[in-house]
Design a protein around this ligand. Structure first.
Ligand SMILES: [Zn+2]
Length: 661
């Protein structure tokens, strides 16, 4: 049960918790809202393969036609819808899934090929620009949609045509002399192929995934040259024409194709591509022994990402131009400071990678980051009503980029990714393994969420329930039910926790890599127990090499921000607010009547001030002793970053505040 996409079905979430409420917003609003958008924009009917006026339009970003991702937009909606339909009946949504599946089936070409752009708009040129045109990326999402559809409907109506398409790819791509030695510019199909292999046990799907992963970045893979150079030359591409999103001509590192993955030393380029690629590598490491170089590279790239290139919210990608990683420690908070992108899909990708790493190495460092992303960079991307979204998740607003949400995007990768994630979130909470022959099981608890896990262990049914108001409260009540199976539980103790306590006391519990192992013999006597982790506000320093010199307030896994709604006097996006490390802070449980959400708000009393820059007017080069301490602020109010941009206001927001000298 390694994949959240298959294990989530064993978990039911408590409705009135934070995640339960977000899932309810998706069921009540988001699925239908996104379906309406698919219909309104032409995506819904695109697999009918008729001409659409959008196809005549000059691309917003050359050379990517505006409709290029439509296959994946539809596929991701189907996939997300199928996850929700597995746990809840929604007839209108189910009907749309059926219609879309029929349309996709009808769009398949006689040889199995299945892609809107290269069938309707540019026939005859399929597989000529793997680097830029997302053909295989779209196929990857169709595979994932088909797997979700099969799990829901228990038929192969979608899986069968998709397997035919993949069979065609298995013939076209590979190491053979008559095969194309290429791989996708935007990884995704690799992780989808591995999932397809695990579902169907078809060896050639594993081989193709492995080929795409290991061939990537081969400088001499195609007639002694790099595949992306050869395909560009073959189609007569002008080497001087550079897409606006390429950092430089060729830009192989933008695609993580500058070197074989096993030789890459730092995480580079487009961040969503990097996360999808490494997620597939982590899956391969779990499936097959012996990929030592790939394993070492995965840890190396993870560490570089987390230690040098990640925001305090779990967001990644400082660079807007290539939606990706900048230099080590280049982590400005917003446009006015020089950047910050932090795409929603990238943070979801970090969660995917972290969840996969936990399957091969139960180390809390992965779960801590997974939780950080979930409660900050990811949850902030959807409004409480589930109808508005963010693509970019900056940590500070500016006049150019206010802290606001949008209804939809031309490149609409992020909104349906929220569906997929929230649809399978139950699978991220825990991993279980039932060893029927030994009548035993173990459950690794990664996230604390009001939820119940139920699974079979032979003739026994094992149930583990969490009752908690996390992340507002740090108390988690566990109830384990099992007639005869022996169950071990491993609980993650977060790295930020100053202390923790199990009640009743469990003296034999052992800690390994941040997971506390509670053995079955204790659990048999104590099936109801409580884990308490005090959640206190804490101040996070920015790394000195970032030159940010800021303080960020966090409480448990939740990072806080200031918004003008609570601090209406602000005129400069909180740019000139100073925060002292010595202050009094008050917690307040707030109920927002409009969304029905409750959260802990924070109020800093007499710890903040407004920077006085008057002295700089005489000279921009002031000695430290001349700098004023600023005008004290009586109080400054903070809300969770995930809750930002839900209550109107001017769109002024900031996470890290300048640290008082
Ligand atoms: Zn996205």
């Amino acid at each position: 049960m390694a994949y959240p996409q298959t294990s989530f079905i064993h978990t039911s979430l408590t409705p009135d918790t934070l995640l339960g409420q977000r899932r309810q917003a998706v069921s009540a609003n988001t699925l239908q809202y996104q379906l309406d958008v698919l219909k309104k924009t032409g995506r819904y009917d695109a697999f009918k393969l008729k001409w659409h006026p959008v196809y005549d339009r000059a691309p917003e970003v050359w050379p990517i036609p505006d409709h290029l991702f439509w296959d994946s937009d539809v596929a991701k909606w189907i996939e997300g819808a199928c996850y929700f339909l597995q746990q809840q009946s929604m007839p209108a949504i189910a009907k749309a899934v059926d219609e879309l599946v029929d349309m996709i089936r009808s769009a398949q070409q006689p040889d199995g090929y299945l892609n809107i752009h290269y069938t309707v708009v540019d026939p005859g040129n399929r597989f000529t620009n793997l680097k830029d045109m997302h053909e295989l990326y779209n196929c990857g999402h169709l595979i994932e949609a088909a797997l979700a559809h099969q799990a829901l409907c228990r038929n192969d109506q979608l899986l069968s045509p998709i397997c035919s398409y993949v069979d065609l790819l298995c013939k076209v791509f590979g190491p053979g002399p008559d095969q194309t030695h290429g791989y996708p510019g935007h990884p995704e199909i690799e992780l989808a192929l591995l999932r397809l292999y695990e579902r169907t046990k078809t060896e050639r799907y594993l081989s193709l995934a492995k080929y795409f992963i290991t061939e990537r970045g081969n400088a001499t893979g195609c007639d002694g040259r790099h595949y992306f150079d050869v395909e560009a030359e073959k189609r007569g591409a002008d080497p001087n024409m550079k897409p606006a999103f390429y950092p430089e001509p060729r830009s192989l590192w933008y695609h993580q194709a500058h070197k074989p993955i096993a030789e890459q030393t730092t995480i580079e380029g487009h961040s969503v591509r990097a996360m999808y690629l490494l997620t597939s590598v982590a899956d391969l490491l779990r499936l097959e022994q012996g990929h030592h170089d790939l394993e070492a590279a995965t840890y190396r790239l993870w560490n570089n990402m987390v230690n040098q290139k990640m925001y305090s919210t779990g967001g990644i990608g400082a660079m807007k131009q290539w939606e990706g990683f900048g230099l080590d420690y280049f982590l400005p908070q917003g446009t006015s400071e020089g950047g910050c992108y932090s795409e929603t899909c990238a943070a979801i990708g970090v969660m995917m990678l972290a969840q996969r790493m936990l399957q091969i190495d139960l180390d809390r460092k992965f779960a801590d980051i997974m939780e950080l992303c979930l409660y900050n960079a990811v949850l902030t991307a959807m409004s409480t009503d589930g109808k508005k979204f963010t693509y970019v998740n900056q940590l500070a607003s500016s006049d150019k980029d206010l802290s606001r949400r949008d209804d939809w995007f031309t490149v609409a990768c992020c909104p349906p990714n929220m569906l997929r994630l929230l649809g399978t979130i139950g699978g991220y909470i825990w991993t279980y393994n039932a060893m029927v022959e030994y009548r035993s099981a173990h459950i690794d608890v990664h996230l604390y969420v009001g939820a119940k896990l139920t699974f079979d262990c032979g003739s026994d049914v094992v149930e583990l329930q969490q009752e908690t108001n996390w992340p507002s409260s740090g108390d988690v009540k566990f109830s384990l039910r099992s007639k005869s199976a022996k169950v071990d539980i491993r609980l993650r103790i977060p790295g930020w926790a100053e202390s923790w306590k199990i009640t009743p006391e469990c003296p034999d519990a052992e800690m390994k890599k941040g997971y506390l192992r509670i053995r079955s013999n204790w659990l048999e006597k104590n099936p109801d127990f409580t884990l308490s982790i005090p959640l206190k506000p804490r101040l996070l320093l920015s790394h000195p090499l970032t030159n940010q010199n800021t303080l960020t307030i966090a409480r448990g896994p939740v990072v806080y921000c200031v918004e003008d709604v609570d601090n209406p006097w602000v005129e400069d996006h909180f740019e000139s607010i100073l925060l002292s490390a010595e202050y009094k802070i008050m917690e307040e449980e707030v109920h927002d009547p409009e969304s029905g959400n409750s959260y802990v708000a924070l109020k800093v009393i007499k710890g903040a001030s407004i920077l006085d820059t008057q002295a700089f007017e005489e000279t921009p080069f002031l000695t430290n002793d001349k700098l004023s301490k600023g005008k004290p602020l009586q109080e400054l109010k903070f809300v969770p970053y995930y809750f930002r941009a839900n209550r109107g206001g001017k769109g002024h927001m900031r996470v890290g505040l300048k640290k008082t000298n």
